[in-house]
Design a protein around this ligand. Structure first.
Ligand SMILES: [Zn+2]
Length: 138
């Protein structure tokens, strides 16, 4: 059972077009244990409607250095009325923070034993993260 804690969005202004850049931080609990966090980012008004994100899974209940923590960068877009999720390489991730754990390239991510958890969380994002849903469908 997954539960997402939603924080207020951070808003910045895009240098190229003065549109709003929305940055989201979410905490994910699995059976009430701190299990993962994810960051999302998108710019309103750009031609390409895409959300960039990263999901970091592992040991979020502890303040210790994250040893068994892995991060999966991805993009989210829509095709007709369906959401599409595509993993991306570490280099394409706007987030590099050490706290996220080891950031995986697309190929490593797809072979990682936790990849199902990643897609489980992205399923919840497109289902429950209202800021994202509004961005794509408003
Ligand atoms: Zn812009």
């Amino acid at each position: 059972m997954i539960r997402i804690e939603f924080e207020e969005p951070n808003v910045e202004i895009c240098n190229c077009c003065n549109n709003e850049i929305i940055k989201l931080t979410r905490f994910v609990y699995k059976d009430e244990d701190a299990f993962a966090i994810y960051f999302l980012k998108f710019t309103k008004g750009h031609d390409e409607k895409v959300v960039t994100g990263i999901i970091s899974i592992g040991d979020w209940g502890t303040n210790d250095e994250p040893k068994n923590r892995f991060a999966f960068p991805f993009r989210l877009w829509t095709d007709e009325n369906d959401y599409q999720v595509g993993l991306i390489d570490k280099e394409e991730s706007p987030w590099k923070q050490e706290i996220l754990g080891s950031i995986l390239d697309r190929k490593e991510a797809l072979e990682h034993p936790w990849i199902d958890e990643v897609f489980h969380i992205t399923d919840h994002i497109v289902d429950e993260d209202k800021t994202v849903i509004d961005y794509f469908f408003d």
